[in-house]
Design a protein around this ligand. Structure first.
Ligand SMILES: Cc1ncc(COP(=O)(O)O)c(C=O)c1O
Length: 313
């Protein structure tokens, strides 16, 4: 379908593209699911809509309410889009060192932005949002890290789309942030094709890759369940930027840095564990919000160093 009643109906049904030129093994095919094609620019549009729809269904929110959410960017932008169309106010808690594009996007969509301390990262934003919602119960706190609507959006949407477009899939590989993508897609695929392996990509503990977390860094999202995963691989910030550059230079795909991490992690998994087969890698967003990081243009060491100071991801 190409004609819609409103922009929210365009969420999902993102394209899948062959990127086998990036595979380290000619007998292993790779496909990328381009979540940056969602209207708010990321996979988080799916969960923003689902969290609001289910809260409305349960009578937990109604137009005119103010939604509160800690987000380093994409979920905030998705919620801002949904809030605008459905008549909600939105307050986002954002670490103070995020890149300027993030803040600008939230503000032009009409969200109120409150900054949390840079040195506390996304865990600090989560703690601040929890405190505000405990002190002021009139806020509607959707909390993507603990909200079953997050994995459900991927169970009902992303997972079926992947199996429809790539029935030969053997391995699904994605970065781990809230874990909603891996939990939802993973459960759907395991129910419908039990041999599919689900592989998470994490940064090493203490290192930042946009939107991703290492579960050893002190916070395990309540929606996470270890039984869905078959394996984990690591992608360092530098490797993630290299992966992002390869996506652009070899495939013409302009994606965010966690997409590069997912590709790098998938390659590591293919080299270690596969002699043939098909891997689907989820690319959560486009590259637009990361232009000021210099990820495509500057010397790699300079970009990595800059990313340690400014939260681009
Ligand atoms: C850019 C980006 N990549 C990857 C992820 C990870 O996705 P998930 O939260 O579904 O684990 C996020 C999540 O915050 C993100 O913002």
């Amino acid at each position: 379908m190409t004609r819609f009643n409103n922009i929210l109906e365009t969420i999902g049904n993102t394209p899948m593209v062959d990127i086998s030129q990036l595979s380290p093994n000619p007998d292993v095919k790779m496909f990328a699911k381009l979540e940056g094609q969602n209207p708010g620019g990321s996979s988080k549009d799916r969960i923003a809509l689902k969290m609001v729809e289910l809260a409305e269904r349960d009578g937990a929110i109604a137009p005119g309410d103010t939604i509160l959410e800690p987000s380093s960017g994409n979920t905030g932008i998705g919620l801002a889009l949904v809030a605008k169309l459905k008549g909600y106010n939105l307050r986002i808690i954002l670490p103070e060192n995020v890149s300027p594009e993030r803040r600008q996007l939230l503000e032009i969509f009409g969200a109120e932005v409150t900054l949390s301390p840079a040195e506390e990262g996304s865990n600090g934003a989560i703690r601040m949002a929890e405190k505000i919602s405990a002190d002021e119960p009139s806020y509607r706190f959707l909390f993507q890290y603990g909200n079953p609507a997050n994995p459900l959006a991927h169970y009902e949407g992303t997972g079926p789309e992947i199996l429809r477009d790539c029935p030969e899939i053997d391995v699904f590989c994605a970065g781990l942030g809230t874990s909603g993508t891996l939990m939802g897609v993973g459960r759907y695929l395991k129910e419908h094709k039990p041999d599919v392996k689900i592989v998470a990509v994490e940064p090493p503990a203490g290192e930042l890759v946009q939107g991703l977390r290492n579960l050893d860094d002190g916070f395990i999202p309540p929606i996470f369940s270890g039984d869905v995963l078959d394996g984990k691989t690591i992608a360092r910030p530098r490797e993630s930027i290299e992966g992002t550059r390869r996506l652009l230079n070899e495939c013409g795909i302009f994606a965010g840095v966690s997409s590069g991490a997912a590709v790098y992690g998938a390659n590591r998994y293919i080299s270690r564990a596969m002699s043939e087969g098909t891997v689907v890698v989820l690319l959560p967003d486009g590259g637009w919000k990361y232009l000021s990081s210099g990820a495509w243009t500057d010397d790699l060491d300079t970009v990595v160093d800059r990313a340690n100071r400014i939260n681009y991801w």
